[in-house]
Design a protein around this ligand. Structure first.
Ligand SMILES: NC(=O)c1ccc[n+]([C@@H]2O[C@H](COP(=O)([O-])OP(=O)(O)OC[C@H]3O[C@@H](n4cnc5c(N)ncnc54)[C@H](O)[C@@H]3O)[C@@H](O)[C@H]2O)c1
Length: 364
């Protein structure tokens, strides 16, 4: 198969869909890999690393899209890329179609086969191509939060781990999912005093088994969340909690909130989406950091983490063809969002109020 790796052109996107290691494995398996010039540059993968491992570097994005059977990207195509859509082209990337009716129209009209990372499921019914980004954001949240606790950044002037004779900072993590557990790991590692709040008691039992006495677990209810955040120097929002009101006004001045869940609406009512170029603002003396694509700050790590997860699927699509790979793996078939003019994902269809047909039916 000919596999194309375009350079991402969405604003602030620095990741790339295939690493030099991936290019090597694909070319070793007999496939051709076309990488657009500088596609890996911002993730610290220069062109020569791809070339040294069997890929061809191509200057013209039209050539990459036009010659390839399968395009591997990171973000959904932007408008200037729509011209490259054509019948039977396989597109493997984050698509996030629900809020993008125009892109959905174009993909359907051009009969592209679109497999979206964010809806692929594994045998445990989790979302394996979203997990790595939650891992990155969860770990990064503590690094970022520790830095915003410094006086110069508007924080209380507290060192996360304290020093002998001086207590460490109190960190409160709301939501003990992938973001939460990764935040807890780093915060505990840095010596903070960590409390994690979750509604799921079985999850709290698991976390208690993993961290033992180094993590305080707390059942989530409005009383406990208010109390834990009032005492916190750093709050990590790892889940959307609708209606978490008045929390911020009761927090300490100079405390910091890293609202990782901001991409779904956020954990506190004062949260609004920010970007890496202007990541934080103050409300009631509390620093808010609400960057919607936190992994974008560490593209080298994020690209490696993402491609570790996507690559096995990519190899199967390349080796067996998209249709056979989708038929063999119902979890991958959940990732099929558009197939030759038919919308095949219930969630996207419901949010855009359109008809849809199950992927199992179109693939039968
Ligand atoms: N900003 C970014 O760059 C970025 C990157 C990755 C993920 N995210 C977002 O981070 C959020 C968390 O992701 P995740 O992968 O950890 O999700 P997850 O589903 O693994 O975890 C959510 C956890 O929250 C718990 N929970 C549910 N309701 C709760 C409540 N009322 N109080 C306390 N806990 C509650 C659940 O039991 C679960 O353990 C998502 O909104 C995700 O989109 C943002």
């Amino acid at each position: 198969m000919i596999i194309g790796v375009p350079r991402e052109i969405k604003d602030h996107e620095a990741r790339v869909g295939v690493t030099p290691a991936g290019a090597k494995a694909l070319t070793d398996a007999g496939h051709t890999v076309l990488v657009e010039t500088n596609a890996g540059q911002l993730s610290s993968f220069p062109d020569h690393e791809y070339q040294d491992h069997g890929a061809e570097i191509v200057g013209d994005p039209g050539h990459v899209w036009g010659k390839s059977d399968l395009i591997v990207k990171v973000k959904e195509p932007v408008e200037s890329e729509y011209v490259y859509f054509r019948e039977n082209l396989v597109l493997f990337t984050y698509l996030h179609l629900a809020p993008l009716p125009d892109l959905t129209d174009k993909l359907l009209a051009s009969k592209v086969i679109g497999i979206a990372y964010e809806t692929v499921r594994d045998r445990a019914n989790t979302l394996p191509l979203l997990t790595p980004m939650s891992e990155v954001a969860g770990r990064m949240s503590i690094q970022v939060g520790a830095s915003y606790l410094e006086k110069e950044k508007g924080g209380r002037g507290i060192l996360l781990g304290g020093v002998p004779g001086v207590p460490p900072a109190n960190v409160c993590i709301i939501g003990g999912g992938i973001v939460g557990i990764n935040a807890a790991k780093i915060a505990i590692g840095m010596g903070a005093h960590v409390t994690l709040v979750d509604v799921n008691l079985n999850r709290l039992r698991e976390l208690d088994d993993i961290f033992g006495g180094r993590l305080n677990t707390l059942a989530s209810n409005s009383y406990n969340v208010t109390r834990a955040t009032r005492e916190a120097d750093l709050v990590i929002g790892g889940v959307l909690i609708p209606g978490a009101k008045h929390m911020v006004s009761r927090m300490k001045k100079g405390a910091v909130i890293v609202d990782v869940a901001i991409d779904q609406g956020g954990c506190v009512e004062t949260a609004r989406p920010t970007s890496h170029s202007d990541p934080s603002y103050l409300v009631d003396g509390v620093v808010h950091y609400c960057v919607t694509n936190m992994p974008g700050a560490v593209p080298h790590t994020s690209t490696l983490a993402l491609t570790n997860a996507t690559f096995p699927y990519l190899m199967r699509i390349a080796s067996h063809g998209a249709e056979a790979a989708l038929r063999q793996d119902p979890g991958l078939a959940e990732g099929l969002n558009v197939y030759k003019g038919t919308l095949t994902h219930r969630g996207v269809a419901e949010s855009q109020n359109r008809p849809w047909t199950a992927s199992a039916t179109v693939l039968a």
